[in-house]
Ligand binder design. Structure first.
Ligand SMILES: Cc1ncc(COP(=O)(O)O)c(C=O)c1O
Length: 393
């Protein structure tokens, strides 16, 4: 049987990570992998999460099954975090999932069950894994104009034109904040215009919220989701806790669905449970329990928020330093866009073969499409990277 299988295409970023690990050069710089890094290049466990894990260790008396939609306390706490503490929950359904990826896959299955003919429109470019996650549920995907490489900003007019041409009943994937791979986000006025267009054209917003708190601020990064929730009859949100709680490998996130009526929300909740049953039966518990403990405890929540704030501020400082260094190297203001963008990622213009030259000549690892993880920089290597980038143009 298995002799019929063609080898899977290796994952680009995972293979860059592997090459980086094997590189013996002392001055190597990794800007490829999409995890937050501190000044020492590490991705530490957030203190509040560690404290919550200690409490869990002391207090947990059983590891028996929780159910297909996971920990109800976690679902409630995360819904409050994303939609706001005062949000009306009567039309909201939430299901814990293994990471934002699991949430995206559940939502794709839900859409497929509700409207198999729906096309999901994704930004050009988008996170590479959106394509297999959403299309493996059997849905058709199509790109809409999003990023302008010349300005480093959103091609908003072209985006609105493309969205306006989508068929009624189609789904529009939007990155809630910190667009991956470009760092170019919608501003508040643009979110409002997109919201009005989706409403007028009968399109379902699907917001991927994987970096809440790492862009402009915890509340600010939820603006898009919260605005759409006030005007849209229905929407879907895939939340990841991987980055903002730094629980990557423990796998936690949630699919949160807004339905037109409370009665429909009840049906959606049941359907999410059935989908989970068919995919992984029940989501892993550990990180969800830790995140719940953090969010439910005022002290831990404040400590988590302060650490998240400092992570975000570090990224913002690195963005400013990088823009300055690249502007200096190019004797221009061409890299000002890096400061206007948000989150860990930016996409730099690369000449043909430049990613390879950066690796071969300077031990700098970046994704060949020009995406860099700004958090991979620090006070020592920002200037080094800017010089290497200029020299390999
Ligand atoms: C845009 C985007 N969405 C979703 C995810 C899902 O993350 P995870 O499944 O690790 O929670 C990621 C992770 O890199 C991402 O960049």
């Amino acid at each position: 049987m298995f002799e019929n299988l063609a080898p899977a295409k290796p994952d680009l970023i995972l293979s860059i990570m592997q090459q980086f690990r094997e590189d013996r050069r002392a001055n190597k710089i990794d800007l490829s992998v999409g995890v937050y890094k501190n000044a020492a290049g590490g991705t530490p466990i957030i203190k509040a999460v560690r404290d919550a894990e200690a409490r869990l260790y002391e207090s947990q008396e059983t590891k028996t099954y929780l159910g297909t939609t996971g920990d109800a306390g976690f679902n409630a706490a995360l819904t409050g975090l994303v939609f706001g503490a005062d949000a009306d929950r009567s039309r909201l359904s939430a299901a814990q999932a293994p990471g934002g990826s699991g949430a995206l896959r559940m939502i794709a299955d839900l859409i497929r069950a509700a409207r198999p003919e729906a096309t999901i429109h994704v930004p050009d470019p988008t996170w590479a894994n959106h394509i297999p996650l959403l299309s493996s549920a059997g849905l058709t995907l199509k790109s809409y104009a999003y990023f302008d490489a010349a300005t480093g900003a959103v091609r908003f007019d072209a985006m609105m034109r493309d969205l306006g041409a989508a068929r009624r009943g189609d789904v529009i994937l939007l990155h809630g904040c910190c667009h991956n791979p470009t760092g170019a986000d919608l501003d508040a006025a643009q979110w409002k215009s997109v919201g009005t267009l989706l409403l007028d054209r009968g399109l379902l917003p699907l917001v991927d919220l994987a970096y809440m708190g790492l862009g402009v601020g915890l509340e600010e990064d939820a603006f898009g989701v919260r605005h759409l929730a006030t005007i849209a009859p229905e929407m879907a949100v895939a939340v990841s806790c991987s980055k903002n709680f730094a629980v990557y490998r423990d796998r936690v996130g949630a699919a949160i669905i807004l339905s037109a009526t409370p009665a429909q929300a009840e049906i959606v909740t049941g359907k999410l449970g059935a989908i989970a049953r068919s995919l992984w039966s029940m989501p892993p518990d550990h990180a969800a329990a830790a995140v719940r403990i953090v969010l439910e405890d005022n002290g831990l929540r404040a400590s988590w928020k302060a650490e998240l704030d400092s992570m975000r501020e570090r990224i913002q400082t690195l963005r400013a330093d990088l823009a300055l260094a690249l502007n200096r190297q190019s004797n221009s203001q061409a890299f000002d866009f890096i400061v206007k963008q948000a989150g860990m990622f930016s996409r730099l213009p690369l000449t043909e073969g430049q990613a390879q030259r950066l690796k071969d000549q300077h031990a700098v690892y970046i994704v060949p499409d020009g995406r860099i993880n700004v958090a991979g920089l620090n006070a020592e290597n920002t200037e080094v990277f800017a010089r290497a980038y200029a020299q390999t143009r």
